[in-house]
Design a protein around this ligand. Sequence first.
Ligand code: OAD
Length: 253
Amino acid sequence: MTTDSHHATSTELSQVVNALRNATKILVLTGAGVSAESNIPTFRGEGGWWRSQNPQELATFTAFNKDPHFVWKWYDYRRGLVAAASPNPAHRALAAFENSDREVFIITQNVDDLHEKAGSSHVVHVHGSIWTVICLKDGTSYEDRRVPLPELPPRCACGGILRPGVVWFDEDIPPAACAEIEAYFRRVKIDMVLVIGTEATFDYIRDWALRAKNSGALLVEINPSETALTPYVDVRVGGKAGEILAEIEKSVH
Ligand code: OAD
């Protein structure tokens, strides 16, 4: 995707600020870019994982089945990065937008927990969590925050091999997450959708954003580069999520 030649203008920022002041229901779709300023690499951007690694060898169940140790080495390393990371101004602003009149519902593709650490109260992880492990033998799923893990692949008390509780390219997104999102769409008349730091490669991400837009929400994108959703947005704010959202937060209060 092309990098924007222009940076956020005050017109675009004030459009977002005004909309936010009047909005009571905000849907936020985030991707790796929202955690980039917390020093967690993205996938497809500059320095992203998929620039040097083949996703088919690291992020598929087929790859895991073939070589769990190799795949776990990558996840164990990323768990270390996430453990060392703190929420950045983007995560903090999104948490600060919540108040008694304004509901902020976040759908994130990120497996880190930086939205929760910043204090956001409604976060759905459509690609799972890097802290969850699932036993391939007895199917139990639980949180394991040890960094680094004592053995790779880690094992369940039953002796089975544990896998990371994330969604891989050859897998579907968790039904519980989908059900929660469907219930949200049924319950809520969304005023505004903020799409932040994602290439919107996956059709379900684009579908959720466009579904909200088609029922009247203002569609806003915050990203230094253009994405698959750019042609459909009402307002595009070109720039880094932390910088832009900190500006917006200052003006909204
Ligand atoms: P990508 O790596 O595809 O895209 C990251 C996006 O963040 C790009 O559009 C960048 O321009 C943008 N970006 C970079 N720095 C930013 C900043 N400081 N502020 C705002 N935006 C910034 O990441 P995702 O779209 O999240 O799934 O990727 C989706 C999924 O593909 C991931 O969840 C992962 C990946 O493969 C799996 O592993 C299954």
